[in-house]
Design a protein around this ligand. Structure first.
Ligand code: SIN
Ligand code: CO
Length: 391
């Protein structure tokens, strides 16, 4: 995708313009982002998914039996939906792109962003009045109206310590003031981009309101630092320690002086400042699957020779829905291929191909070592045989 080609889904902006002026900075309303949009899912199909074991689903009732803004978690059943009132509730289903290929196909439209930043596509259904209340998310999100109408109101950037309503399972803002001009009703195919930290409130205006949230995640400082330190820690020898060779005798043996603090600071920052290991950790952490239990490993290891034979007979491999791939150049034509939290070195074109949307067929075998890598990915559950995959 060229960064300088205007895109209808960005309201005619080029990816470079959108990234420069809006991404992580300010909201953008795009009327007709997906012209004549056909929602790839019906409200009934969404409700069906919410009844399945292993699917993350929530129901938010503004006037619940046990109090306002009651949240319950799936799997639900028909009785749940039968008891609900005519309005003022919302059903939210996470990671619908893992279960519905037509929803996953929408992701190609977002290829102007790194795929490893993606969290998932969440879809909500709400009858009239349904909402999850005014709130703030820490993620970038594209709110695409799939069916029916939703009114979106924005309340501006909110500080971290903004008061939230106590005693409920949702982080609803106590105060929400709509900014002048930031109040729109979205129709199917309209899309609203929101950076992290912006207060927003979306209320269904019709009895068939489906909204798709294409969400992008970014690790917090807490997550990044603790996770990288853990990764690095496993590789460091016990002999690498704080050292104070050549220090001056202490004026007071009980004092932890500034020199000691500075030595420890140099020791920690110097050890952490390892770009090669940081890249290895980063690729692994950003490709960790959203639901680790959805990754089903093979019980019997694949014989690479049998894999070669199957590919040569015309069989194809597919990427398991929900599996995450990325690659990082190592120089000299080599790369690390990251898949579902693991990393392996291979030829760069092979890594690129596996991490792309291209077919996984016998052509892959032109790359040295492809059969061993593919067998490992198959055994880890990141890839599957296309014919076995079709249910
Ligand atoms: C919704 O779809 O109802 C909520 C989405 C959001 O506000 O993040
Ligand atoms: Co939100």
């Amino acid at each position: 995708m060229s960064p300088d080609t205007p895109l209808a889904m960005l309201g005619g902006l080029t990816p470079a313009e959108f990234l420069g002026d809006f991404w992580q900075q300010k909201p953008l309303l795009i009327r007709g982002a997906f012209p004549d949009f056909e929602c790839p899912l019906t409200p009934d199909e969404l409700a069906g998914l919410a009844c399945e074991e292993g699917v993350e689903a929530r129901l938010v009732e503004e006037h619940g039996k046990t109090g306002p803004w009651q949240v319950s978690h799936g799997p639900f059943d028909e009785r749940t939906f039968a008891r609900l009132p005519e309005g003022d509730w919302t059903l939210l289903v996470q990671a619908v792109d893992h279960y519905v290929p037509e929803v996953a196909e929408l992701l190609a439209a977002f290829d102007f962003l790194p795929r490893w930043r993606l969290d998932d596509i969440m879809i909500s259904y709400a009858p009239p009045g349904g909402s999850v209340g005014p709130h703030v998310d820490q993620y970038d999100v594209f709110l695409l109206q799939g069916m029916g109408r939703r009114r979106w109101q924005l309340g501006g950037l909110v500080p971290d310590d903004a008061p939230i309503i106590a005693g409920i399972d949702l982080r609803i803002l106590e105060r929400f003031e709509v900014e002048a001009g930031n109040d729109w009703v979205l129709e199917p195919g309209d899309m609203l981009y929101l950076p992290p930290g912006w207060a927003h409130h979306g209320v269904s205006q019709s009895d068939d309101c489906l909204t798709l949230s294409v969400g992008f995640r970014a690790p917090s400082a807490d997550e990044a630092i603790t996770s990288f330190a853990d990764y690095l820690g496993e590789q460091l020898p016990a002999s690498l320690r704080y050292s104070d060779a050549g220090m001056a005798a202490p004026g007071d043996p009980a004092e932890l002086d500034d020199e000691a603090v500075a030595r420890m600071r140099r020791f920690i920052l110097g050890t952490l400042d390892d770009p090669a290991r940081l890249a290895q950790w980063f690729g692994r952490v950003m490709t960790q699957p959203k639901y680790a239990d959805q990754l089903v490993a093979n019980e019997t290891p694949t014989d690479p020779a049998a894999l070669v034979a199957a590919l040569q007979e015309g069989e194809e491999l597919v990427r398991t829905p929900g599996s995450r791939f990325a690659w990082h150049a190592l120089g000299g034509g080599r790369a690390t291929l990251f898949a579902d939290g693991d990393g392996a070195e291979c030829a760069q074109p092979l890594a690129r191909r596996i991490a792309s949307e291209a077919a996984l067929d016998a052509e892959l075998l032109a790359h040295e070592g492809a059969e061993v890598l593919l067998a490992a990915l198959l055994d880890a559950g990141s890839l599957a045989w296309a014919d076995e995959f079709e249910e």
